[in-house]
Design a protein. Sequence first.
Length: 159
Amino acid sequence: MLGRALSGGVPALRDLLGRTSIFIRDASPLVCGAGQNPCSLPGLPGMTHEVFLPAEVFLNYGDNMHMVVVHELGHVIDWQSQIATDSERHFGGRFSDVWSGQPLTNYAETGVFSQWERFAEAVTVYVFRQDYSKVATFRPVTDFQDQMNRMQGLLEGWY
Ligand SMILES: [Zn+2]
């Protein structure tokens, strides 16, 4: 689904994900919150391509599980992104470092690492649009279309 949202399709998605496999683990580390939450962690050695999806998550989200997976892949895309965030063009930044849109969902606003969640939620809203309201509570924002346009540009590599 994420691949279909891109004009470059699945190959473009593979690039965004860093051209390596994504490892799905069935238990979450405690740092993700009592080991019951879906989770993808940045920058820990050997963990940049892992998505944790404990069994409880499948029970909790049921038919909407694919939306949770896209949210987590949004994090992986973020961990793999290398963009310049300073005037000397050091490529040490991530998409989430420069993602300045209003939080699109309550979780994007209140998540513990809200800058990361704001980006991952924007990716998920970009892919599913209004359907994502089955999983997330949308917030009223004034920059929705602007965020969708910017997200398309980021994911399509226009920057
Ligand atoms: Zn998240």
